[in-house]
Design a protein around this ligand. Sequence first.
Ligand code: SF4
Length: 461
Amino acid sequence: MSETRKVHVKSFGCQMNVYDSHRMADTLAPAGYAETGDPADADLVILNTCHIREKAAEKVYSEIGRIRVLKQEAATLGRRMTIAVAGCVAQAEGAEIIRRAGAVDLVVGSQNYHRLPDLVARVEAGERVVDTEFPVDDKFDALAAPGGDAIRKRGISAFVTVQEGCDKFCTFCVVPYTRGAEVSRPVEKVAAEVERLAQAGVREVTLIGQNVNAYHGLDADGRPATLGKLLRRLSEVSGIVRLRYTTSHPRDMDDDLVAAHGDLAPLMPYVHLPVQSGSDRILAAMNRRHTRRDYLDVIARLRAARPDLAFTSDFIVGFPGETEDDFRATLSLVEEVGFATAYTFMYSPRPGTPAADMAGQVAPEQQSERLQRLQALITRQWRAFNAEFAGKTLDVLLEKPGRHPGQLVGRTPYLQTVQVIARRSLTGSVSPVTITEVGSNSLFGSLASQHSTPELAATGV
Ligand code: SF4
């Protein structure tokens, strides 16, 4: 390899994409690519796209337009820049991207990142390449394992993909089409990656998957394991003090996973459990395969296993056919559960999904009015949730320097950001912090004792 080339990966959307972006960079490293934060400086720019937001494809084309200007500037300096589009928009649009955007050299679907060095080499040899096939080989296996240095740069909290794809086919969602059927990684392969992360200084691991609690990877005996079983295995990894997982489906919240919340100290008491609507009529139209009652029962089972659990959720307002009564059912569900926070979206049709062609599309003004009412309620619940912690002492994983000198910033078990006056050497420890002030975006606190407890939860149960 002559000299080091530079890759800039810009990530859009969910944590799966952030994780994939890291793995793409890791996979390209042996081919001589080092990461750069500046696209103008890059020999290869990868846009890792997301299809979830409204007009996703159009936004990608405008981003390509911006990068094309940089590519032209590089060309005037005699430097070649390759533009690649990856992620869900690449998977959905395929060759259409190459057709519409002349500056793009490579379109790579979400299942094929392990082939990136070969694909980039083909581009360098003069081809324009589209690779959006769903391969039969194991993408998880073929992707580079992150090296220690790469991990250190990315902090003490890491994401690990354990499952990809979805078989649920909610009528509004593109994931089953863009990411394909559910695939899970074997338990011991996940454990080996988590062990490597722990050795490199990572203390908190979030297991991710589009439908993570549908996890069914094989265990050491070749039998399918549940997410609960995987979490039990990972709670034994020395150095990992916090475990989380996202995103879950209410139907897949089985007894083993519920019990894990009662049994495993490193498993944080904070669960993201999307419900989307509180109306059974709309849940059926969404093909969610659960009712309002089913959802409330899951919440009750989890709270019985671990009473201090807090929940977040996702809501779509203005789904086709949603009446005022349906929307009120959503508000009443929010009141009944009492969420720590929630993500709220106005329904917008995704081409190719069944809901896009449903009758009864709700007018944008009505969607927006309902969204505001739902957000106002959720904001009230979020403020009340945070206010409860004033004066209380919480375990905080101290992650990095804070806003001001002498401060560290960390996270509570409920992912609240806390600014704490603390020595830099406490970075990576779990320390008891007394919350002295509840701000609009962060909590503020002081160390409750001089003794940080880096091993506090490392022993698992
Ligand atoms: S369960 Fe989630 S990822 Fe799967 S189709 Fe429904 S919304 Fe999409």
